[in-house]
Design a protein around this ligand. Structure first.
Ligand SMILES: Cc1cc2nc3c(=O)[nH]c(=O)nc-3n(C[C@H](O)[C@H](O)[C@H](O)COP(=O)(O)O)c2cc1C
Length: 188
């Protein structure tokens, strides 16, 4: 599969088969994240792989968060339904969850976040090439502090996560804006 095929074939996967993933395959995908460009070559990512009970506990923490917090205001602000519980369900049935941590550093928030985006997309594309499905996850943000504590990584903050597994669905491409509505040229 070449680059353009990986880019166009990748989908967010929210239904996974039970099949586990070989450690070498997970490491191959993490390695592609490691090779991503980063602002000032800071390589601000750190990966913690969670499976089984710890992974499911994390999903339960997300559900508990939604029960404890009235997120109506945030939902109104975002003008969309909360996706935290559906995302927690995806985490439960995915065999592997990659947590992407960022070293705490207030001076590098934008650069580090952009870099982590490049890292995660590299991993999503490599997973696609290897026949695996991914879901890039932001909804772990609500339990970020709790997760850092639970995993003894309070020096870092949980940036996002990526669910990984063999897809049990084949979604069609979700809508995209037209290129003509996204581009301006000043080439005179
Ligand atoms: C930074 C980022 C965070 C995301 N967080 C979530 C999430 O928490 N839960 C979820 O179900 N999908 C999440 N998604 C997936 C998006 O909903 C998805 O990429 C978008 O709807 C387009 O669909 P596609 O990935 O199949 O092209 C996230 C995607 C990105 C890039």
């Amino acid at each position: 599969m070449n680059t353009i095929e990986a880019i166009t074939n990748r989908r967010s996967i929210r239904l996974f088969k039970n099949d586990d993933i070989a450690k070498e395959v997970v490491e191959d995908i993490l390695n592609c994240g490691r090779l991503a460009p980063s602002a000032k070559n800071r390589q601000p990512w750190y990966f913690v792989i969670v499976k089984g009970e710890i992974k499911n506990k994390l999903a339960d923490m997300m559900v508990a968060y939604t029960l404890e917090h009235d997120d109506t205001i945030e939902r109104k602000k975002l003008n969309c339904a909360s996706s935290v519980n559906p995302t927690a369900n995806v985490i439960k049935q995915a065999p592997v969850l990659v947590l992407i941590f960022r070293e705490k550093n207030d001076n590098w928030i934008v650069g580090d976040n952009l870099s982590i985006g490049a890292c995660v997309e590299n991993m999503c594309l490599r997973a696609t090439e290897l026949g695996l499905g991914t879901l890039w996850i932001r909804d772990t943000v609500y339990i970020a502090e709790e997760v850092s504590k639970m995993l003894n990584h309070e020096d870092m903050e949980l940036n996002c996560a990526m669910a990984l597994g063999y897809a049990n669905q084949t979604p069609t491409m979700r809508p995209r804006k037209d290129l003509k509505d996204l581009v301006e040229w000043y080439d005179a």
